[in-house]
Ligand binder design. Structure first.
Ligand code: ADP
Ligand code: MG
Length: 659
């Protein structure tokens, strides 16, 4: 008997489905693309149970005749290409003719469709890949595809579906993408009966962005119009540097109107922002690349969210250039390609940029810029070079003024005592340098002979090694680390993670024990959430409330923040709140639901904790250390990083060859 067999069609389709249908969002993607290809001007998406139970896409496109409606479910059935030449100039989103067959092989599908020329429409039912019914049906011109019980006949895949909240996040993101790519189409997304997106046909991308993201973002959108002939047209919008995200979720890329996830594009974008945003902080971007068909191969992945550019580096440069143009047109100083070349280190570039940036931007950039400065000083380059010293001094004039916990006397009364101790850091601006601050104000002295490194002698401190001693702070290193001594030797405390640990413990306790203390804001802050953020908010609102946030839903996706936990600084509440929501977005995809509560507490603690490069008085340092020792785990932060490093007397003596 032969070993090689032709797979039955249905099995082949299920295998293909593994590639095309990764999750409910990929079904929505394929069906919405089909509606767009059918020239629909209105697309409605209905979801139940994260798409597990039901996905329904209804459009007013051109519809299908009866024969086509049945044929559409055949593998490689497509109306979009006929020969190899067509493949080279695909103008539609679909072309493989695999989607409907694949989807129908792993679910129960009903299709109702009618063309303008027909009187009666057609109903087709396919279950697990088998055609079970075809009959007349009435309908306006257009197509409705209903997908029920996704993966019902592939239990292994069903088991791998993520939580409803995770799937909802992806579903919302995908609809947002297509809504941005096609402002001329009206979209509606209804999730478990609740309308989460509803946008009428808009005249352009700007108006669409306003419909989806609200007026706040609109104000910071800068138009992009650039690119290179015969390579890529680059258009769309990017955000001004004041708009900042902790992940790339608000970056939407399109190549020839098709939504893609692509590293080349995101790297080009980052490159464009290199001198205005530090790494780890991301802008909002809606970038549309118009690329000649001979410059790309879209036939890479069945789900087609990847593209392959022929000239990757050139594309990257073109994007960076277009982004820089957009920024500089808006009066934001950027370093041009020549200046950002390899001769200038990233950290320095940032430093120079922050030094020339407009005051308003610099204010917000402070803490991150400081981190970069620290990184630069860590580099082996001798820090005594006059150029660097001068630059550090210059940067200091911008970054040195404390950005956090600047007391806002409007709120002062409500601030808890814990907070007050750390608050009011204006002393330094008064010019009084209370504490020896090592690492600042270096004089351009002659180079020192190399020291023996103490690196090997320093260890992560264990709890047993610090408790039961009296710890005294003696100085602050780089305005970021507390140098302290106890009977056992020398300790270095990371002020940010120490405070993070203190806040984390406190937030966790308030969640379980008693209502959280909160402080009222004089004026409520309002925040426009993106559809995806609104999904997350829905899932975590009760935790936020239990932490001490007083929240109120206004119309649509606008939330009013009326009060905040007692321990967090009232300045920048909106950013902090959005950051906490965003951090949950990205974490939730990889973590179990029962840790959500802890994650929110950890994220809030991290965002609210005193930053590095913030000067502290001795009393404040002592307070931090005392509080730290009372926490559940003084030596590690909620993310597992060390809080205290120890250089023991023994190690010191060994280092000096005294033992
Ligand atoms: P592809 O989009 O790659 O051609 P699909 O399996 O997604 O393959 O769809 C098969 C065919 O069914 C399409 O080529 C199109 O002719 C038809 N079709 C699918 N969805 C629609 C729709 N919403 N409106 C009109 N025609 C559709
Ligand atoms: Mg298709």
């Amino acid at each position: 008997m032969n070993k090689i067999r032709i797979l039955p069609d249905n099995l082949a389709n299920q295998i293909a489905a593994g590639e095309v249908v990764e999750r409910p969002a990929s079904v929505v993607k394929e069906l919405v693309e089909n509606s767009i290809d059918a020239a629909a001007t209105r697309i409605e998406v209905d979801i139940e149970l994260g798409g597990r139970r039901l996905i329904r896409i209804k459009d007013n496109g051109e519809g299908m005749g009866r024969d086509d409606a049945v044929l559409a479910f055949e593998r490689h059935a497509t109306s979009k290409i006929r020969d190899l030449d067509d493949l080279g100039r695909i103008a539609t989103l679909g072309f493989r003719g695999e989607a409907l067959a694949s989807i129908a092989s792993v679910s129960r599908v009903e299709l109702i469709t009618k063309t303008a020329g027909e009187l009666a429409g057609t109903f087709v039912e396919v279950e697990g890949g088998r055609l079970t019914d075809v009959k007349d049906a009435s309908r306006d011109t257009g197509t409705t595809v209903t997908v029920r019980d996704l993966f019902f006949n592939t239990p292994a895949r069903r088991k791998f579906m993520r939580s409803e909240a995770t799937e909802n996040y992806h579903l919302t993101t995908i609809v947002t993408h297509y809504a941005l790519a096609h402002p001329e189409i009206a979209f509606r997304l209804v999730n478990n009966g609740r309308e989460t997106i509803r946008v009428a046909a808009a005249k352009d991308l700007r108006e669409r962005a306003f419909q989806i993201f609200g007026g706040e973002l609109l104000e910071s959108l800068l138009p992009v119009a650039g690119g290179r002939e015969f390579l890529a047209g680059v258009t769309g919008f990017v955000s001004a540097p004041r708009e900042r995200r902790t992940n790339r979720d608000a970056q939407y890329f399109f190549v020839n109107q098709r939504f893609v996830r692509d590293r080349t594009i995101s790297e080009g974008l980052s490159e464009g922002y290199r001198s205005v945003l530090p790494s780890g902080v991301y802008p909002v971007a809606f970038l549309f690349l118009d690329v000649p068909y001979d410059e790309i191969d879209v036939n890479v992945h069945p789900a087609k969210t990847e593209v392959r550019f022929r000239r990757t580096e050139a594309i990257k440069d073109a994007i960076a250039e277009a982004v820089r143009d957009a920024l500089s047109k808006a009066g934001i100083e950027v370093l041009r390609a020549s200046a950002t070349s390899s001769t200038v280190a990233g950290g320095e570039t940032l430093l120079e940029a922050s030094a020339v940036a407009k005051p308003a931007l610099a204010t917000e950039d402070r803490d991150v810029t400081a981190r970069e400065r620290l990184a630069e000083n860590d580099a082996p380059e001798p820090i005594t070079s006059p150029r660097t010293a001068a630059k550090a001094a210059h940067a200091g004039s911008v970054t040195g003024e404390p950005a956090l916990f600047a007391t806002d006397d409007l709120h002062g009364n409500n601030i808890s005592t814990d907070f007050e101790l750390l608050a009011g850091m204006q002393e330094r601006t008064g010019g009084a340098a209370q504490i020896p601050s090592i690492g600042t104000g270096i004089s351009p002295a002659s180079a020192m002979p190399p020291f023996d490194s103490a690196e090997r002698l320093v260890g992560r401190s264990e709890v047993s090694a610090i408790s039961g001693h009296t710890i005294r702070p003696i100085a602050q290193l780089h305005e970021s680390f507390i140098i302290a001594v106890d009977d056992e030797g020398l300790l270095l405390v990371d002020q940010h993670v120490a405070h993070e640990r203190i806040l984390f413990d406190k937030f966790r306790r308030t969640e379980t024990d008693r209502p959280a203390e909160s402080q009222n804001l004089l004026l409520p802050e309002t925040l426009d959430l993106t559809p995806a953020q609104a999904e997350t908010f829905e899932a975590i609102e009760e935790y936020l409330t239990s932490l001490g946030f007083g929240l109120m839903r206004l119309s649509g996706r606008t939330v009013a923040i009326k009060s905040i936990p007692a321990d967090i600084p009232p300045a920048n509440v909106r950013n902090l709140f959005a950051e906490v929501i965003d951090s949950v977005d990205s974490d939730r995809r990889s973590s179990a639901r029962n840790t959500l509560r802890d994650e929110i507490a950890a994220s809030l603690a991290c965002k609210a904790a005193i930053k590095i490069n913030t000067p502290l008085t001795t009393e404040k340092m002592q307070w931090l250390i005392d509080r730290l020792l009372l926490t559940s785990s003084p030596t590690t932060c909620p993310h597992g990083r060390p809080v205290i490093l120890r250089l023991s007397m023994k190690a010191i003596e060994r280092g000096f060859h005294r033992s």
